[in-house]
Design a protein around this ligand. Sequence first.
Ligand code: AMP
Length: 351
Amino acid sequence: MLGRGGTIGILGGGQLGRMMAMSAAQLGYRTIAYAPEGDTVCEQVCDDVFTNKWDDTAALAAFAAQCDVVTWEFENVPVATALAMPADSIFPHPRALETAQDRLAEKRFVEGLGGRSAAYARVDSQGDLEAAVDRLGAPGILKTRRDGYDGKGQWRIGSVREAQGLNLPNVPLVYEGFVEFDAEFSVILVRGQDGETRFWDSTRNTHEDGILDTSTLPAGKVIEAQVAEARELARQVADALKYVGVLTLEFFATREGPVFNEMAPRVHNSGHWSIEGAVTSQFENHIRAVAGLPLGDTGCVARSVTMTNIIGGAIKGAQAHLQASDTHLHDYGKAEVREGRKMGHVTRLVR
Ligand code: AMP
């Protein structure tokens, strides 16, 4: 168990790290961020920051020497960087990064545990794509296997003809058949160092242009009927990875039951509601798990919760949300406002 005053290292420097660092501070820990870009929103609330490259072995060694425990807030941290940390003090284990960084590896892993994915095909060439569209049909979605997020690295394909006209990026891809879903939801769990696992309520998630827009509770009957099966799969994924910390799996609720979309080996945007809406937030429980502390109650404290992301220029008028009762604004402190950039979120509760 990490004693008070211990130091937690965070690989990555975005808003997820920032909210983790705030929970760590609450529990009496120091935090050090490691974020190559520098000038990140995480460092605004951390005790220290390393702004070195992911492959700077000397800096990584100096960072590790100052940390008692290391975690990450960004799933595209290179696996080699995570492996450069002492094996007994990085949580979750880097194998979770390895699995989740490649959409193909991730799907195969989850299918191996009995999960169902959208129909998919590996695409490494124009010929592969045309064969995939031919076999799986259109519409479908072509995705980069690595480094995609918030709808980036994705192309909707309406027909074989559209596929023929596409100028393929020179990276590994995967083509997915379009899932006719009733709703989208996520399963977020925390697993402790002793294997104890707790789940937060599953929210109904809506997306705009591939970016999460809202997460709401209650999620409704269609989703509620599928949560048990989805949780069972998520638990198996967590157990198979000997996972420690918060893990997220995203699902489509379909007529045939839950269809796995993707996993994130980290705290997740669709869990931000838990800061005010749950007894213990995803950030606090992640810190508790990596520090070896007892896990907190994940129960929901309200009758209904709505978390809405604030994207781009909408942050300028966001303080107006505070006029509504039991409404909580989180401004991530990003200086540069860009279209499509997650700038903050607002959570509204009805108790
Ligand atoms: P992803 O980055 O894979 O989570 O995709 C972002 C969003 O695009 C998802 O939350 C869905 O709304 C939509 N999407 C992605 N893949 C599919 C699919 N195979 N079928 C239908 N919608 C999809």
